[in-house]
Design a protein around this ligand. Structure first.
Ligand code: A2P
Length: 318
């Protein structure tokens, strides 16, 4: 298994199982199939509303000697409603109870957007906090405390742009070690990726296959399809691989970890086998020059007239 390395030598398996959108009733089996197939990295989050079921699967796998805790790399994420200093550790403690673990390997601030305690998705202005109310540096302090208390081995962020990363880094006692962002041939984010790499921040690609199973409410009409793009399909055909494997290999070749989601046994195994797929310079260049820029998870569900946040708070470019 190819890995990325943290500063202390800990290793992150480059392909992990994504669990966003994996429904309760499906994710238990998906996690067990993944572990059986050889996955050792599972990406979770409190807001996915399935951590209890993931935890049940992890517990089963460990109790039945399919895998040992120290062989697993488990990530979870702090939801927007727990950004105040006093709310961070309790949020991780709840996740640990759900996942049936003593610690996670990596804990991320899910979004640079803050809601009042108990809010799932803010619907009114009153349900938001602003950066004035809860600065990101305050949330980061809470994340650092989670390292101090051993609840997590590593901390990082998700959906952070360069200026937000800089803001955290200015006051950080423990520097962020990961930025998990949307990445695929339609959204390559070279500047952000290069900034992360230059500053010792590892990168994970989410929605590497285009997340076509998102709820209709957060999808736009006529979205382009990554899996059906002719360049992707042609390379897949030439290599005797599948389009999904080409997309996963694209991230691996950029030295970026990648977390394809699947709840299907064959596709779970197939996605891990992308580890063996080597793309040459010409194929990488074909994908890099795909000529289409598109962000699937555009964050507009956090912006709009009732929100104190704008898309400019999230993204430097589209
Ligand atoms: P399923 O869970 O039924 O396999 P993303 O990782 O970008 O969020 O994409 C997830 C979507 O891609 C899901 O609809 C998932 O469906 C589908 N998917 C996962 N692996 C593959 C694959 N190897 N080939 C085609 N579709 C896949």
């Amino acid at each position: 298994m190819k890995t990325l390395e943290f500063k202390n030598g800990d290793k992150l398996p480059m392909i992990g199982l994504g669990t966003w959108k994996s429904k309760p009733g499906e994710v238990y089996q998906a996690v067990l199939w993944a572990i059986e197939a050889g996955y050792r990295h599972i990406d979770c989050a409190a807001i996915y509303d399935n951590e209890k079921e993931v935890g049940k699967a992890l517990d089963y796998a460990m109790k039945n000697n399919m895998v040992k805790r120290e062989e697993l790399f488990i990530t979870s994420k702090l939801w927007n409603s727990s950004h105040r200093l006093e709310d961070v550790q309790p949020a991780l403690s709840k996740t640990l109870i759900d996942l049936r673990l003593d610690y996670v390997d990596l804990y991320l601030i899910h979004w640079p957007v803050s809601f009042k305690p108990g809010v799932g998705f803010a619907q009114t202005r009153e349900e938001f906090y602003t950066y004035g109310d809860v600065p990101l540096s305050q949330t980061w302090q809470g994340m650092e405390q989670c390292v101090d208390t051993g609840l997590t081995r590593h901390i990082g962020v998700s959906n952070f742009n360069i200026s937000k990363l800089k803001e955290i880094m200015e006051s950080a006692r423990i520097a962020p070690e990961m930025n998990q962002i949307e990445l695929h041939p339609f959204l390559q984010q070279d500047n952000l990726v290069n900034f992360c790499k230059a500053n010792g921040i590892l990168v994970t690609a989410y929605s590497p296959l285009g997340s076509s199973d998102r709820a209709a409410s957060i999808k736009k009409a006529n979205e382009p399809s990554l899996l059906d793009h002719p360049f992707v399909k042609q390379i897949a055909e030439e290599k005797g691989a599948t389009p999904a494997q080409v997309l996963i290999a694209f991230s691996l070749h950029r030295e970026i970890a990648v977390i394809p989601k699947s709840v299907n046994k064959e596709r779970i195994a197939q996605n891990l086998e992308a580890m063996q797929l080597s793309l040459d310079d010409k194929e990488m260049s074909t994908l890099s020059n795909i000529g289409l820029t598109y962000r699937f998870v555009d964050g507009s569900f956090f912006t709009g007239p009732i929100s104190p946040y704008s898309l400019a708070d999230l993204w430097e470019t589209v």
